[in-house]
Design a protein around this ligand. Structure first.
Ligand code: ZN
Length: 942
């Protein structure tokens, strides 16, 4: 408070403020209340500040401060001190964040303002201003006298004399600036040049002292060289033309009416009516310095025009510069007489720590036509305070504030800290500084803005009526009306469209049509290329070695496509089937059991095995043999030897396996292809064992194995004897491990369809079999170091077609058919029905599943000039065009989680810029199509 008190020079009652607005006046008023105990009330009464009460109609004009609801509350009760303290707090702290031009007043040439101001939108008050140049004391004194009946009439030629100015609010100024900028864009493209000049020297602050003259019922403005920079004062001299006697100044800001109401000075006699009571305020003068620069170019034109302004209150001597510039303006139509200040909307956003996802999306929205105009305009009146789904306007206000900062001509980046805080209040997942998905952010933000700005104050309950054979047009219109009855905001106006969604029951052909709204299209990326995948095929009959087989499948295909391709490649017999599993650390890690799963869920570095199984015994429990061997940690240590798994597990059906001996025999059979060729001449059984396939020969295979493994004396007479020395079998059931005895029946657990058997190999067996054959397991795709895979390309239209394609619903989201009264896997078809003005297209690059998060780097070939949706809309008689142009792209570079976002944005007229956090730089249109494109922003063209 002491800091604030110091601002008030109460003895002189010169209240020096830098921002003069309703909120500032409230602030002053608050201060007045706060300090009343110290000052005699005769010096500072309440009346001076009570002008709100008598002028509530103008509150929309006063709406410079976004907190207009509080302002009107103040108007209603002038002594609500709770309100004032909150205003005080906010007003003071908002300055900490960033520069805010919205509470400032701007003085601009009337003509400049009127060129872009919507006719009849603003009501101005006209003052005749007599200027007196003090000369020696270096002070300009301006006497503002309100013109009688000065409500603005539209047919007069006001403002064209060049001696007329307008006082406008910061918001109005910014809107005008943007509109001038937009129209300059056209001009610049035509002329083929692009000049960015320093606009900042064109805005200069002018400290003026304001007082009210009781004698003349007028405002007295003093501009002193003491208060101002020399350059500012000189320019002020130029503007207010000290030798001239009369100027016209229109006040569109509504501020001066606060001093003069009904032509009476609204001040108590004993207070500010006294001489010497002044308020210092800062006025931003804009649009004057250029008048010098254009003069030479258009001199001929101006001389021609000059004569027509000889009449009226204009004094030509001493102020001809201005007259010339304005008259030249009048000729050139486009406003070229005013300074070219470069393109607006080129301010970057600071990265607050992984906030590039947010910055990228904000910049896209901040350059969305109509949305910008909306948020630069008087949107405060649309804030929905009651909506519980929103933030009572806080998010919308923070966004609007951010947007206006982005459109204020400055070259410093904006720190979106307050906005981020408000966003986190609404959607807590965005608090903190983690990387997020820009599309997810966008969707939350649009939702939040919609709720904050929803014009519907209480949402009616509407029962959905059945289509009952009515025309699509009628039903769709009804859906849309119902939607608008509950949801009506700028976001709906601009961004929402309507799908036609048709469900057909596969059993009874019952058809159901709905027309639901959408805010963006989320398109899948269909693949045009194939994916090469290598799997190891393993027979379960002991006939073949493990064989790697390479197949190609559509990259976005399903697992059934993979199995089909494999079946052909390995000549699968009709009585066989494939069981595909992923092997991890010599175990079966998972079985690929869902044929409709995408192959994208299989990573290139995975190791897959396909077991050939007989269809016949598919209901028998399965035995999975895992091989383990003794591995001594260190030769010299007498530590307990470790058992370590190796090789690809074997699989067999439990059919005809009753005892440990059966299991043993089966295992040997599966192993037989791996038997090393014996260099022992005595043994010629090996070859026979491998090549024959009759059951009778299996014994032959077994016997030599046994005989070799033994010491040689008792050759293979008893199976029990030999088994103990070659392999040992253990049944694993949870944590328990039971040795399987050869003569005993298998201890099969009840209800088990999967037996895990660990087979421990003896040293001699490891020598006997070629375990390398079992252990070399290729990856699905070997990393290719020599060449990058060719980039695949898919057109945006193909993505859209994939999205709209008729598909059966997944088993997890069955449709309850109202006709059969049963859940059905209905066929679903989407069509576009109503297209929004702003079409946001999200490319589904990220896939999430139980196991894997994946990003597709597919290059999507998207149209820039003409995205034609005519053939994709089911509504035929639309009054709107189905043609769109691209104006913004949110890009994601790099992999999942660690990537970076930026944006490409068309500033109008095909001038593209890259917005990379705080860095903004031009980019050629040829370079904007990349595989990083993630969210595309299109606008409709007429
Ligand atoms: Zn049905």
């Amino acid at each position: 408070m002491t800091r604030l008190s110091e601002k008030l020079h109460l003895l002189h009652i010169i209240i020096k403020i830098s921002q003069f607005s309703l909120s500032t006046l409230n602030l002053l008023k608050a201060l007045t209340f706060k300090t009343l105990t110290f000052i005699p009330s005769s010096i500072m009464g309440e009346d001076f500040f009570s002008f709100h009460n008598s002028n509530t109609d103008d509150s929309s004009i006063f709406d410079l401060d976004y907190d207009n609801t509080r302002s009107s509350a103040a108007a209603a009760s002038s002594s609500a001190s709770g309100f004032f303290s909150s205003t005080l707090y906010r007003g003071w702290f908002s300055n900490d964040d960033d520069d805010n031009d919205f509470d400032k007043l701007y003085l601009v040439p009337y003509r400049w303002w009127s060129e872009v101001e919507t006719v009849g939108e603003q009501v101005g008050v006209l003052y005749n201003v007599i200027s007196n140049f003090g000369g020696d004391d270096a002070e300009i004194v301006l006497d503002f006298r309100k013109e009688e009946g000065s409500e603005r009439s539209e047919d007069t030629e006001e403002g064209f004399s060049g001696r007329e100015y307008a006082i406008i609010s910061g918001r109005m100024w910014l809107q005008a600036l943007k509109r001038h900028n937009d129209s300059k864009g056209v001009m610049k493209v035509v002329s083929g040049s692009f000049i960015a000049e320093d606009y900042s020297q064109d805005v200069f602050p002018l400290q003026i002292r304001l007082s009210v003259s009781r004698e003349t019922n007028s405002l007295v403005v003093k501009i002193s060289s003491k208060d101002n920079l020399v350059s500012s004062y000189r320019r002020a001299c130029n503007i207010f033309a000290p030798k001239s006697k009369l100027l016209h100044i229109w006040d569109f800001s509504g501020q001066t009416t606060q001093f003069l109401i009904d032509d009476k000075i609204n001040l108590p006699n004993d207070t500010l009516g006294e001489q010497g009571k002044e308020i210092t305020l800062e006025l931003q003068a804009y649009g004057f310095s250029d008048s010098m620069t254009v003069r030479d170019e258009n001199f001929d034109e101006m001389v021609e025009m000059e004569t027509s302004f000889e009449s009226g209150s204009v004094k030509m001597n001493g102020c001809t510069d201005h007259v010339r510039s304005y008259s030249s303006l009048r000729n050139s139509q486009s406003g070229s007489g005013f300074r070219v200040f470069g393109y607006l909307g080129l301010r970057g956003l600071q990265n607050l720590g992984n906030t590039c996802f947010m910055n990228s999306a904000i910049q896209c929205l901040a350059h969305t036509p109509k949305l910008v105009d909306y948020f630069l305009g008087d949107y405060g009146k649309e804030i929905n305070q009651e909506n519980l789904l929103g933030t009572k306007g806080e998010l919308a206000l923070a966004f609007g504030d951010l947007l206006s900062k982005l459109w204020t001509p400055r070259d410093t980046p904006v720190a979106p800290a307050i906005f981020k805080r408000k966003l986190a209040d609404f959607a807590p997942q965005f608090s903190g500084y983690n990387q997020h998905d820009s599309q997810e952010f966008l969707s939350f933000l649009l939702d939040g803005l919609h709720e904050d700005l929803n014009r519907v104050k209480s949402k009616p309950y509407i029962a959905i009526k059945d289509a009952e054979g009515r025309l699509d047009e009628v039903v769709a219109e009804e859906y849309w009306r119902n939607h608008l009855a509950r949801n009506d905001s700028i976001i709906v106006d601009l961004c929402q469209g309507q799908y036609q969604s048709t469900l057909v029951c596969p059993a009874c052909n019952k058809k159901s049509v709905t027309f639901d709204p959408f805010m963006y299209l989320s398109l899948p990326l269909p693949s045009t290329t194939m994916r090469t995948m290598t799997l190891t095929v393993l027979s379960t009959d002991g006939m073949n070695l493990p064989t790697p087989i390479t197949v190609t499948v559509p990259k976005c295909g399903r697992q059934k496509d993979l199995i089909e391709a494999l079946s052909i490649a390995c000549s699968l017999r009709n009585d066989e089937m494939l069981m595909v599993v992923e092997i991890y650390k010599n175990r079966i890690f998972r079985r690929l059991t869902e044929p409709s799963d995408s192959v994208a869920l299989i990573r290139d570095e995975d190791k897959l095995v396909a077991y050939r199984l007989l269809k016949d015994n598919r209901n028998s429990p399965m035995v999975v043999f895992m091989h383990e061997r003794v591995e001594r940690p260190c030769e010299f240590e007498r530590a307990i030897p470790n058992l370590k798994l190796f090789g690809i597990p074997f699989v067999a059906r439990l059919e005809n396996l009753y005892t440990g001996f059966d299991l043993h025999k089966q295992y040997l059979k599966l192993l037989s292809p791996l038997l090393m060729p014996a260099d022992d001449a005595l043994n010629d059984y090996d070859d026979v064992g491998i090549t024959t396939n009759e059951d009778s020969t299996m014994e032959d295979v077994v016997c030599p194995t046994i005989s070799d493994s033994n010491t040689g004396s008792d050759t293979g007479t008893e199976d029990d004897q030999c088994s103990s020395s070659d392999f040992q079998f253990y049944l694993k059931d949870g944590m328990r491990s039971t040795e399987i005895k050869m003569n005993e029946p298998l201890p099969v657990p009840k209800f088990s369809d999967n037996l895990e058997v660990y087979v421990t190999w003896s040293e001699s067996m490891i020598e006997k079999y070629d375990t390398c054959l079992l252990s070399s397991l290729p990856e699905v795709l070997k990393p290719q170091l020599y060449a990058r895979r060719p980039q695949e390309s898919v057109s945006l239209y193909k993505c859209l077609e994939a999205f709209l394609k008729e598909e059966p619903l997944g088993p997890e989201d069955m449709w309850d058919c109202p006709s059969c009264k049963k859940p059905r896997q209905a066929r679903k078809k989407l069509d576009l029905w109503r297209l929004p003005e702003i079409l946001v297209v999200h490319l589904k690059r990220f896939s999430y599943s139980r196991y894997i998060r994946n990003k597709l780097e597919t290059y999507v070939d998207f149209p820039i000039d003409d995205f034609d949706l005519s053939t994709y809309t089911s509504k035929k008689d639309s009054q709107f065009s189905n043609h769109y142009v691209l104006y913004a792209i949110s890009n994601h570079h790099g992999g999942m989680g660690c990537g970076h976002y930026d944006a490409f944005i068309d500033l109008g007229y095909r001038k593209w810029y890259e917005f990379d956090d705080s860095r903004v730089s031009p980019v050629s249109e040829d370079d904007i199509k990349t595989s990083a494109a993630y969210v595309l922003f299109y606008r409709r063209v007429a």
